[in-house]
Design a binder for this molecule. Structure first.
Ligand code: PMP
Length: 328
């Protein structure tokens, strides 16, 4: 995985080894130290490069997939982008099924890497039925893979092997709590399981939208923290490792993402805002002397066109207006 001080042989070598940075302005003096792992430092600016690579590597290891083959996935974006980029580098055809309501940038990014994109209308297509069809399509297509990230054990495995290992090295095992969101559950499961094996007493906290409490068996609700809390609880999510579930509103997740930019200089997306917001609560509860780490899955740049930093959220400084200056 990524080495900055030597020659790397391919895109694969650039995945992982993401940095951890302390958040200094969103916590109080009596709070635990809060650190954030910035997955935006992956080649496609999010944690899903790891997942995509883990899934492809496992399929190659089992002999299911050889270069020249085809990879299918249904995704709202980040995993598809990872599969498309890695597919381009390793010589695979990548076919991504994606709800047509997603923003143009996501489609453009997939196409940039040469993936075939098949848009579908989310109100007309049942995703479970589409999944069944892709399982059949994979079976009749030689040398192919349906990556099926929410049910594929290679997804949590790669986070156990890489993300968790990095966190253990970066913290030296001095960590009291880990906070993350869950989409497929791959990250929190792989990281949480490994941290619990390695650090006695570490607690794992999941942040879920308050109106979509799927992990607890509640109803799915429409929310705007993209990439997390899908309609069904994913198969790979291990709820036994969870010590707590923190509920968050869309607004708090989005505002914390903006605060991360304004107060820490870090561009992160709404799911990162959610994880940081949850981690601030945990840091307050644990208090000074303890250490909390939140995982930030992606970058705020992916959300420019959907208004994360819209002018409505900012106030211009009238005293610096050009008209005022002309009076000087
Ligand atoms: N945030 C974003 C932006 C994501 O794309 C995802 C993955 N869908 C997650 C969080 C959650 O990661 P995981 O699937 O590993 O639970």
């Amino acid at each position: 995985m990524g080495n900055w001080n030597e020659l790397n042989e391919s895109l694969i070598d650039l995945i992982g080894k993401t940095p951890v940075v302390r958040i200094r302005h969103l916590t109080g003096e009596d709070d635990a130290a809060l650190y954030v792992k910035l997955e935006s430092f992956n080649p496609n600016s999010n944690s899903k490069d790891r997942t995509a690579y883990g899934i492809i590597r496992e399929a190659e290891r089992c002999g299911q997939l050889k270069p020249g083959g085809t990879i299918f996935e249904i995704t709202s974006g980040n995993t598809g982008i990872g599969l498309a980029a890695i597919g381009a580098a390793l010589g695979y055809k990548v076919v991504i099924y994606m709800g047509s309501h997603y923003n143009k940038e996501r489609f453009d990014l997939l196409r940039a890497f040469g993936a075939k994109v098949v848009p579908f209308d989310k109100d007309e297509v049942d995703v479970d039925q589409l999944k069944e069809k892709l399982i059949k399509l994979q079976q009749i297509t030689p040398n192919s893979l349906f990556s099926n990230q929410a049910a594929n054990p290679a997804n949590p495995s790669i986070h156990r092997e890489t993300t968790a290992k990095e966190i253990l090295e970066q913290t030296g095992g001095k960590l009291d709590a880990f906070v993350a969101t869950s989409g497929t559950g791959g990250t929190i499961t792989g990281v949480g399981e490994r941290l619990k094996e390695a650090i006695p007493g570490v607690t794992i906290h999941l942040v879920e939208p308050e109106n979509s409490r799927v992990v607890e068996g509640g109803e799915h609700g429409d929310h705007r923290i993209y990439g997390i809390s899908p309609p069904k609880r994913p198969e790979v999510l291990n709820t036994e490792i969870l010590d707590g579930i923190i509920h968050i509103s869309d607004e708090d997740a989005w505002q914390t993402a903006r605060d991360m930019a304004q107060k820490e200089g870090l561009l992160v997306g709404p799911s990162s805002g959610a994880a940081v917001w949850g981690a601030i609560k945990v840091a307050r509860e644990l208090g000074k002397g303890k250490t909390v780490l939140a995982l930030a899955p992606d970058t705020g740049e992916r959300y420019l066109s959907i208004g994360l930093y819209d002018e409505a959220h900012y106030q211009d400084d009238e005293s610096l207006a050009a008209a005022e200056l002309s009076n000087l």
